[in-house]
Write a protein that binds this ligand. Structure first.
Ligand code: ZN
Length: 79
């Protein structure tokens, strides 16, 4: 059973309302646990984050190796 997040604009309380699968989430008419009707539905950020992936080429992190070769023995620290 899905749960929908709501926030009361009077007492600033976040609560969730569980609805059945056949019922859609109401945008109004939901009362908070304290009995206020000035509530608004809160949408989670999970659904918003979709669609961002696979938009460009991934940057190869291992391809940009330093090619100067002066790691240790070139700098004189080995002996
Ligand atoms: Zn309230």
């Amino acid at each position: 059973m899905p749960a929908y997040d709501y926030r009361c604009r009077v007492c600033d309380t976040s609560f969730e309302v569980r609805r059945s699968m056949t019922e859609s989430a109401p945008d109004s008419g939901v009362t908070c646990p304290a009995g206020h009707v000035e509530t608004s539905r809160v949408f989670s950020a999970v659904a918003v984050a979709r669609g961002v992936s696979a938009s460009g080429s991934p940057a190869p992190a291992m391809a940009a190796a330093p090619s100067s070769g002066g790691a240790c023995c070139g700098g004189g620290c080995c002996g």
